[in-house]
Ligand binder design. Structure first.
Ligand code: HEC
Length: 398
């Protein structure tokens, strides 16, 4: 039997016509696979979804956020591209959860419940070659905490090739995202110009680990400074956090291709007060054949949507990522399931829309004219792209 989407829907409909799915038989497994990475004791989600009582107690809200697709948090339009770190529910999973809520949250047979899921403590990629500590932070029980920035310049001894990156946080409940930027010893940032910080890695709850594609590595020259940006979301309980970055180094001889993060960006933003749909565009031109494997759109609080469109040398276009409802709270890196071959001479067009009106609940000040800048009340328009050269070798898109 082939599991076509139509068949799955038909089965879901059948299931609904008969008995609703039960917690132990169907729902528990979906919650384990799709929710508990955040919704577990000590996780970043505001409550655990680890038992029948948890799930039944939150059923109404659970149904609401699944129906509206607000949870799990995943912002890419499913019509465009396929991403290995997608958190999106399949239609069958979504239907099962909704049918369970509509059916009055039956428990079912506890003997059928899946074994509880266990979560790795410590480093998932194994012991890193180097561990860097961001500044420790005391996170208050309530209120809004400004981003916490800190810098570390480790003594690496020599230039290093990074093949694996892992972020480990102390107080999982309150760390919403961690971004890491690099400053090279000469004061420049890798590949990016114009005062844009050299993006290195982003980590979100449930997505704090990244191995680079085999044979590729990111170059970190001796003397590089690592800049941490940690976003804390207080959860009612004062917490102490120590965020750490673990780096895995490759044998320089085995590195065939230098992975780089390049970016399209537009620093000429000028959002008029109250403008509900301000549009900014930017382009990046590829100077060699590359494989694209990751995308990280970056806007601030007025960001509304973000599209990446590839314009090939023959003029044809291909959408690569579409974020119809950008959410500043989720700084996701979208990792392509299959790296995308991009021919030399292609351009990536980034299109961002912004809402500077009072109707945007995240808008800190609708009366302001907003320009490009690094503060949260400024705006940004950056589309990071993780690439490596097809031809092999190191250096290139500098
Ligand atoms: C990547 C982490 C993550 C995953 C995965 C996730 N959640 Fe959440 N969830 C959160 C966070 C964080 C919040 C708090 C609100 C926010 O920051 O958006 C939340 C809030 C909620 C809420 C409360 C909504 C509200 O209005 O307060 C519900 C209900 C919920 N999640 C259900 C789910 C369900 C069901 C799943 C799985 C199908 C799921 N979540 C998967 C992180 C996650």
């Amino acid at each position: 039997m082939r599991w076509t989407p139509g068949l799955v829907l038909a089965l879901a409909a059948l299931a609904e016509a008969g008995d609703p799915p039960t917690y132990h038989e169907q729902v528990a497994l979906i919650l384990q696979e799709r929710c508990q990475v955040c919704h577990r004791a000590g996780g970043v989600g505001p409550f655990p979804l680890e038992s029948y009582d948890d799930a039944a107690g939150w059923a109404a809200m659970l149904g609401e956020v699944v129906e509206s697709r607000r949870m799990p948090p995943w912002h890419a339009d499913p019509q465009v591209g396929e991403f290995e770190n997608s958190r999106r529910l399949s239609e069958a999973e979504r239907e099962t959860l909704l049918a369970w809520v509509r059916g009055g949250t039956p428990a079912g047979d506890p003997a059928q419940t899946p074994a509880p899921r266990t979560w790795p403590e410590g480093w998932t990629l194994g012991e890193p070659d180097v561990v860097l500590d961001a500044a420790a932070a005391d996170v208050p029980a309530t209120g809004v905490v400004e981003y916490v920035y800190s810098e570390v310049t480790p003594d690496l001894g020599e230039d290093k090739w990074v093949t694996g990156i892992e972020v480990k946080v102390g107080a999982r409940e309150v760390v919403h995202h961690v971004l890491v930027f690099l400053k090279f010893p000469d004061g420049t940032h890798p590949r990016l110009k114009g005062g844009l910080k050299g993006y290195f890695a982003s980590a979100l709850p449930g997505d704090m680990v990244a191995m680079l594609p085999p044979g590729t590595a990111k170059r970190v020259p001796r003397g590089t400074t690592f800049v941490f940006q940690v976003h804390y979301a207080p959860n009612g309980k004062a917490q102490h956090d120590q965020t750490q970055l673990g780096l895995h180094f490759g044998d320089p001889q085995a590195v065939e291709r230098e992975a780089q993060t390049v970016a399209l960006f537009n620093t000429e933003l000028r959002l008029p007060p109250g403008a509900a749909d301000y549009v900014a565009r930017a382009r990046y031109r590829f100077k060699e054949d590359v494989y694209l494997y990751g995308l990280t759109p970056h806007l601030h609080l007025r960001g509304k949507s973000f599209d990446y469109v590839l314009i090939k040398p023959d003029g044809s276009t291909q959408e690569v990522l579409r974020i119809p409802a950008y959410d500043f709270n989720w700084q996701t890196t979208y990792r392509l399931r299959e790296p995308l071959l991009i021919e030399k001479g292609s351009k990536m067009l980034g299109i961002a829309h912004y809402d500077n009106s009072p109707d945007n609940p995240a808008n800190p000040d609708p009366s302001a004219t907003v320009r490009f800048g690094e503060q949260t009340f400024d705006e940004m328009m950056i589309g990071y792209m993780d690439v490596y050269p097809v031809a092999g070798g190191r250096g290139g898109q500098r």
